[in-house]
Design a protein around this ligand. Structure first.
Ligand SMILES: *Cc1c(COP(=O)(O)O)cnc(C)c1O
Length: 386
């Protein structure tokens, strides 16, 4: 993977040839159920803004108030002087929302996962990761210098055998709660039982579960009714919660140890206070307005029913992520382009984000969509796949 000065042009050309070169689209509108792209309005099925909060007036008002009170920058690491009242309030608010003893606010989900795994892991530890885990759990495991064992996707029997065989002093199981490119949910109760039997930590990444799963949208722990001091729970603020940043929740000592030692916490400037305010406003909104999560659930049901009726082969998924596997990267790009012509923004997801030969369309649904939007998309999919 290394690139020399002279080798770079050839590497870029190879990406182009293999249909793997990425380009960015410039949106001329806020994120939302409809976006403006190249002068056209498109129905947007490409974002993780699952509750339509990324451009919510209530969140924006909370951010304006925080901006007036606390300004733009936090100015320092949280351990020096960057931990402002807004951050303290947001941590308490998040812990209460998720029913966890204590929480810590990180700069991003990526930074949080790197922090968790490098602090808990090390040369005497073994980390067990699902093959389809998010890149930052993978990178955290590598960076921690732990023995790193990957098991087949949601293969609990394989995980049990690997834990049984482990000679490590410290064992850590790390998993996405909702898999980001497949939309399926990890069997967390069975995984926690295995972790109890084999004295392992369970690190849960709920980036796509917070605000989506659970009767009140509190995430995968509410969905399964789980609580345990051996669990370390991470949820991001940049997806359903409409802002940016991440929380880690867990037992008081776990959080205190992360605060003392996680390098991505200690050596990084605290999040701007206005983002902590946005987080509080989002959690308040999810609590006060159960109709929001209910709307997302309705859209998921309506989209799946429409696809079933039209023979659109969407993967089994009860979450906002609804993938359609197409195989080769070129095919995924072609179908995505046809949908764009019809006015729908649906991204083609290609390697290395997904394994070779499983390029796909990743439809993301939102509480901001109308029933008509998702049913029209299902019809456009049926036509574009032909
Ligand atoms: C998006 C994502 C992250 C990274 O979170 P950021 O706050 O965007 O850095 C981590 N894990 C999963 C599963 C994700 O989808």
């Amino acid at each position: 993977m290394a690139a020399s000065v002279d080798g770079l042009a050839g590497k870029l050309a190879a990406l182009e040839r293999d249909d793997l070169r990425r380009t960015r689209r410039v949106l001329d509108s806020p994120q939302g159920p409809r976006v403006r792209l190249d002068g056209r309005e498109l129905v947007n099925f490409s974002s993780n803004d699952y509750l339509g909060l990324a451009n919510d007036p209530g969140l924006a008002r909370a951010v304006h108030r925080s901006l007036d009170e606390f300004g733009t920058g936090s100015g320092a690491s949280p351990l020096v002087s960057g931990h402002l009242r807004a951050h303290e309030d947001a941590e308490r608010r998040f812990a209460a929302f998720c029913g966890l003893p204590r929480a810590l606010l990180f700069g991003s989900g990526y930074a949080a996962n790197i922090g968790i795994l490098t602090v808990l892991g090390g040369p005497e530890a073994e980390i067990f990761g699902d093959r389809l885990n998010h890149a930052c759990l993978h990178d955290g495991a590598r960076l921690s210098r732990s023995v790193y064992t990957r098991y087949a996707h949601v293969d609990i029997a394989a995980l049990g055998r690997a834990l049984e065989a482990s000679k490590a002093v410290v064992r850590i199981v790390a998993t996405d709660a909702v898999f980001s490119m497949d939309g399926d949910v990890a069997p967390l109760p069975e995984m926690l039982a295995l972790c109890e039997r084999h004295d392992a930590w369970l690190v849960v990444d709920d980036a796509h579960g917070i605000g989506v799963l659970g009767a009140c949208g509190r995430g995968s722990l509410e969905h399964f009714g789980l609580a345990s001091p051996r669990m370390v729970y991470m949820a991001t603020l940049g997806k359903a919660l409409g802002g940016y940043g991440a929380f880690v929740g867990g037992a008081p000592d776990t959080i205190e140890w992360l605060l003392q030692r996680a390098r991505t916490y200690v050596f990084s400037t605290a999040l701007p206070p206005l983002l902590a305010a946005a987080a509080c406003a989002a959690l308040d909104r999810v609590e006060r307005d159960p109709a929001l999560v209910a709307r997302l659930r309705s859209r998921i049901g309506e989209f799946r029913a429409a696809c079933a009726g039209l023979g659109v082969p969407v993967l089994p998924s009860d979450t906002a992520i609804q993938p359609i596997i197409l195989g080769e990267a070129a095919r995924a790009l072609e179908v995505s382009a046809r949908l764009l012509e019809r006015g729908f923004l649906v991204p083609a997801i290609r390697p290395p984000t997904v394994p070779q030969g499983t390029s796909r369309l990743r439809v993301s649904l939102s509480a901001g969509h109308e029933r008509d939007d998702v049913e029209r998309l299902a019809r456009a999919l049926a036509q574009s796949l032909g």
